[in-house]
Design a protein around this ligand. Structure first.
Ligand code: NAD
Length: 514
């Protein structure tokens, strides 16, 4: 429901049986090409956030199961890394087609409409981009470095890699991870979010159907113990993480300390700057969609608006437009804003709203106490707008990750830029203006990794990279695009000299060849 949970009661039976126990909706592990029931005694319930009913359970994989998964990756690496690049490309060409063919039948039943579009647009495109691997993996050459000497490089896989995913894009984010790692010739261990493990299982089944050999992808489930296992196991060479700062900083520190490459995409506080010369109608509609779509549970949600100068007069219209959004369970037609992932998330969001009120912000729209007919136990919060927010308030400093727009005001573009650059996060931002010089100044001076000009959620397509920066990212190479290939490969540099026979050295050469 609402893209936030994936369970199999609605999924095609055939696939459900593959991945789940036949007696109860139990998530299996995927080890060495087989969907296997865990022997664990520790399970976590999976809830439907619109009702809080338990719809399945996921195991905390045992140490033996996690070792079996990583051993399978290590064994498969020997042959997979030697598989021709054209064969790997063929598998991914089939895979991207299988995802497209099956998305409605399988994943579509599991994803809310407003998650389906981003899923289609961005996740299948990362796999499509992976199909260009024959160009992306090219090395470099420089002939005649000196007489008869040439230098060239190979771009090669690094070994077993691992991905740790968040709940909020159950299919898209795992697809930022393992396809890029695998197509480069690595093998991959995935740990999906324990709240939404299902999509990754279906994606694994499709990968297998596309021809990926057993052991290339393994999937374990769990929480901290599984994360620690990934950070510590010496066979794992690289970790891709997406999720909160609390987990991401920890994984970056622990994984790096153990000599691994780590890329951590983390939390955000994305600001939208509204200039008085902006197209008012477009701006208000874009702001409302980007703040409240997916119930604000997107790392690129535009959760903070800065109204510059007279644009502050548009606030009443912003409130009216926000009120028109329909809060409902994601599987109901016309739902604009679905539930939050857990009751704890709902309580946290509500307490951050209250903290804004207590610290003096004006509550222009209050989504607390929203009632959704037929879903009285769901984790719903309606669109909420806090205006007159100041930078020292808790609701400004913390990532809310809910349908709450905090509004600040500035007298000039310089003041808005300075405010954003003082905020620790650097994931995304947007400016709404009809003035090219204003837009250019903004894109050059604002210190944020992904910038939209009249584009509220500027997630780059996969031929670029997802370039969140500052407090939103740890590591030095970003996700997907050229940087993704760089992350999952290492360079070998070969310098070779082939002299004609008459140029044979006649005495030892004690200097470096130049
Ligand atoms: P989360 O950090 O709670 O969970 C992410 C993963 O880390 C899960 O697999 C979980 O099992 C594991 N984990 C959770 N807490 C941990 C801990 N203390 N130690 C070790 N591992 C831990 O994140 P979430 O709630 O699933 O997702 C929401 C967060 O993800 C938000 O902060 C959002 O901004 C962020 N996010 C960022 C991006 C991005 O690209 N920057 C994209 C999507 C989501």
């Amino acid at each position: 429901n609402n893209g936030l949970i994936c369970h199999f009661s609605q999924a095609p039976l055939q696939l459900g049986r593959m991945c789940y126990s036949s007696s109860s909706p139990t998530t299996k592990l995927f080890i060495d090409g087989k969907f296997v029931e865990s022997n664990t005694s520790e399970w976590l319930d999976i809830h439907n956030p619109a009702t809080n009913e338990v719809v399945g359970r996921v195991p905390k994989a045992t140490q033996e199961e996690m070792l079996a998964a990583v051993d399978s990756c290590s064994r498969a690496f020997r042959s997979w890394s030697e598989t021709s690049i054209l064969s790997r490309q063929q598998i991914f060409l089939r895979y991207q087609q299988l995802i497209k063919d099956n998305i409605i039948a399988y994943l579509g039943t599991l994803l809310l409409a407003d998650f389906l579009n981003p899923f289609l647009a961005h996740s299948s495109e990362v796999v499509e981009h992976a199909c260009s691997i024959t160009s992306l993996m090219l090395g470099e050459t420089l002939p005649s470095i000196t007489k008869d000497m040439d230098t060239y490089t190979y771009r090669l896989p690094i070994g077993v890699c691992a991905g740790i995913a968040p709940f909020n894009f159950p299919a898209m984010i795992p697809l930022w991870m393992f396809p890029v790692g695998l197509v480069c010739g690595n093998t991959y261990l995935m740990k999906p979010s324990e709240r939404v493990p299902g999509c990754t299982m279906l994606l694994a089944k499709m990968l297998q159907d596309a021809g990926a050999p057993d052991g290339t992808l393994n999937i374990i489930h769990g929480q901290h113990a599984a994360v620690n296992f990934i950070c510590d196991h010496p066979a794992i060479k690289a970790i891709s993480f997406v999720g909160s700062n609390q987990a991401g900083e920890y994984i970056y520190e622990r994984g790096s300390k153990n000599g691994k490459r780590v890329q951590s995409n983390m939390g955000a506080k994305n600001h939208g700057v509204v200039m008085p010369d902006a197209n008012k109608e477009n701006t208000i509609n874009q702001l409302v969609g980007a703040a409240f779509g997916a119930a604000g549970q997107r790392c690129m949600a535009l959760s903070t608006a800065i109204f510059v100068g007279e644009s502050r007069e548009w606030l009443p219209e912003l409130v009216q437009r926000s009120k028109s959004l329909r809060v409902n369970s994601g599987d109901q037609p016309g739902a604009d804003v679905g539930p939050l992932i857990t009751p704890e998330a709902k309580a946290r969001v509500e307490s951050l709203i209250q903290s804004g009120v207590d610290e003096g912000a004006k509550l222009l729209l209050d989504g607390r106490n929203v009632k959704v007919k037929g879903y009285e136990n769901g984790n719903f919060v309606g669109p909420t707008i806090l205006a007159g927010v100041m930078p020292n308030m808790k609701c400004y400093k913390e990532e809310i990750f809910g349908p709450v727009l905090v509004v600040l005001e500035a007298d000039s573009l310089d003041e808005a830029i300075s405010l954003i650059n003082r905020n620790p996060y650097g994931n995304g931002t947007a400016i709404f203006t009809t003035n090219g010089a204003t837009a250019r100044k903004y894109t050059h001076e604002v210190d944020v990794g992904q910038i939209g000009v009249n584009v509220p959620i500027p997630v780059p397509l996969p031929m670029f990279s997802f370039t969140g920066s500052r407090g939103s990212f740890r590591g030095d190479t970003n996700f997907y695009g050229k940087q993704g290939i760089q992350f999952y490969t290492q360079i070998k540099t070969i310098t070779s000299q082939w002299k004609a026979e008459d140029a044979t050295l006649t005495s030892p050469a004690v200097t470096m060849p130049t």
